[in-house]
Design a binder for this molecule. Structure first.
Ligand SMILES: Cc1cc2nc3c(=O)[nH]c(=O)nc-3n(C[C@H](O)[C@H](O)[C@H](O)COP(=O)(O)OP(=O)(O)OC[C@H]3O[C@@H](n4cnc5c(N)ncnc54)[C@H](O)[C@@H]3O)c2cc1C
Ligand code: FES
Length: 442
């Protein structure tokens, strides 16, 4: 009962509920006691009435005084909210984590709960950030690095959760299915150990703000948005949140119950699930048929909100265009594609200048000097074509995995980097040489 009481935020309603509950219980108990003992004695009835009145009053006082869980989670003022920052911790490079739980969330998505093998604390993170993990996959010449969003916001932060979609081979190509995601699904079990770098990433929701936030996702794009919804519900539940998610049908819809449970606890969290091809048995499990699009967003949310989008590139392109047409300024629209992330306003990329065809790139550690070939989209691609194997993960300037020191010359970015770049270093996955000689530490 106390737990249910604690969920009622209004003290008056809480008091009335407790009064009615405790009063009814005592009235009922008195009636039974009178019936069993001495039904003809008038004094017994009076005692019964006194007991019921006293219990009702006591219940009201208890209800008013009891603060319970929700009030403990009442919003902190912007100045007292502490936003964890993984970068401030000692953990800088790879650290081993044990998979302590593996949970199937949908037909395609499985979650992995990670605890540090060393048993020490782990840093908190900002909702929307990701981990870069390293997997030793048999048959691969070197460890495979990939980036996965943190899909939970635990309190206290003692576990990281990654939720990974199994990536099949594209239907029209004769290529192997996704390396890392299939290895995680098929070979990584509870007890397996994988390495990870500290949480990172700039696609984050600032829970301190009070303006409404609209979290829009489809498919596995739900992973950062569920962490955002949880963080906000916990740290700043007064902030209005719309959680809009699109899935094909119930089989492909991960975290349905988790999101609904969150919304039950947070009256300022509004949820809408759209199924594009619902099955008859999905009846009652979703709110609308079709895709999450700008028309749906307009019908539910307020135009002065901040918008956080994560999903497939066509989905996000369409919504981004629709938001622009609706008059939402780019500065209030934040994107993360699992191929490429950026914060609005959109980056205008100046076309790469004509490169000096005689440019050369020196890979210092590998002791190779190679003439640049302009058909390559990046120095990373060029290095791979020449049998060098630099580390990479996102190949989109997001994760920082490909960062290396530049010892001489300059590079030209083909798009605005999202990852933080250390001084004297460059991201080779999105850059080409700008000067006729570039020396990299690689
Ligand atoms: C910031 C960020 C956060 C992310 N968060 C998540 C998350 O929370 N959950 C999640 O599931 N994913 C997430 N991702 C995506 C994730 O990092 C991986 O890209 C994804 O799991 C696919 O990796 P893979 O190794 O399984 O596939 P890869 O081996 O990289 O293959 C990718 C696709 O290419 C195909 N392919 C293979 N070889 C070729 C070829 N020669 N030519 C053409 N196609 C080929 C594969 O069949 C597959 O379909 C995130 C990415 C970023 C950048
Ligand atoms: S591989 Fe992620 S930034 Fe280059």
């Amino acid at each position: 009962m106390l737990e249910s009481l604690g969920r009622i935020q209004n003290p008056l309603v809480r008091g009335l509920t407790a009064a009615a509950t405790v009063g009814s219980i005592v009235t009922f108990a008195s009636a039974i006691a009178i019936g069993v003992t001495n039904p003809k004695d008038k004094a017994a009835y009076q005692w019964g009435v006194y007991a019921a009145l006293l219990a009702t009053g006591g219940g009201a006082a208890l209800g008013l005084a009891y603060k319970g869980k929700v009030e403990q989670r009442s919003p902190q003022s912007a100045s007292t909210l502490s936003i964890p920052n993984a970068a401030t911790q000692d953990w800088k490079d790879w650290r081993n984590f044990v998979v302590v739980r593996k949970v199937k969330e949908s037909e395609e998505i499985t979650s992995f709960y990670l605890k540090p093998e060393d048993g020490n604390e782990i840093p908190g993170f900002q909702p929307g950030q990701f981990l870069t993990i390293k997997l030793e996959i048999p048959g691969q010449a070197k460890p495979v690095l990939r980036t996965y969003s943190l899909s939970d916001y635990p309190e206290p932060c003692d576990t990281y959760r990654l939720s990974i979609k199994r990536e099949p081979a594209p239907r029209d190509l004769d290529v192997p299915p996704g390396l890392s995601s299939n290895f995680m699904h098929d070979r990584v079990q509870e007890g397996s150990v994988i390495s990870a770098k500290p949480p990172s990433g700039k696609f984050v929701l600032d829970v301190r703000k009070s303006s409404p936030a609209v979290l829009v996702s489809n498919g596995v794009g739900i992973t950062p948005t569920i962490a955002m919804a949880k963080a906000c519900s916990r740290l700043n539940p007064n902030r209005p949140i719309w959680f809009l998610h699109g899935a094909r049908d119930g089989r492909y819809h991960a975290f349905r119950d988790e999101v609904l449970h969150l919304a039950e606890q947070n009256p300022n969290l509004q949820v809408h699930f759209a199924y594009s091809r619902p099955r008859p048995e999905d009846e009652g499990q979703f709110h609308s048929t079709g895709y999450v699009d700008t028309a749906l967003i307009q019908s539910l949310a307020s135009q002065d909100a901040e918008f956080f989008l994560c999903g497939s590139p066509p989905f996000m392109n369409a919504i981004r265009k629709g938001l622009q047409e609706w008059g939402v300024p780019d500065v209030r629209v934040y994107f993360e594609s699992f191929m490429k992330a950026r914060t609005a306003p959109a980056v205008s990329v100046s076309p790469a200048p004509a490169l000096d065809e005689r440019a050369e790139i020196v890979f210092a550690k590998s002791d190779r000097t190679l003439p640049w070939e302009s058909e390559h989209d990046s120095i990373l691609e060029f290095a791979e074509a020449n049998d060098l194997n630099p580390d990479y993960s996102c190949r989109a300037g997001i994760c920082g995995t490909c960062m290396c020191r530049i010892l001489e010359g300059e590079v030209e970015y083909q798009e605005e980097p999202t990852a933080a770049i250390a001084e004297g270093s460059v991201l080779i996955c999105i850059s080409k040489p700008k000067t006729s000689r570039v020396v990299l530490e690689l």
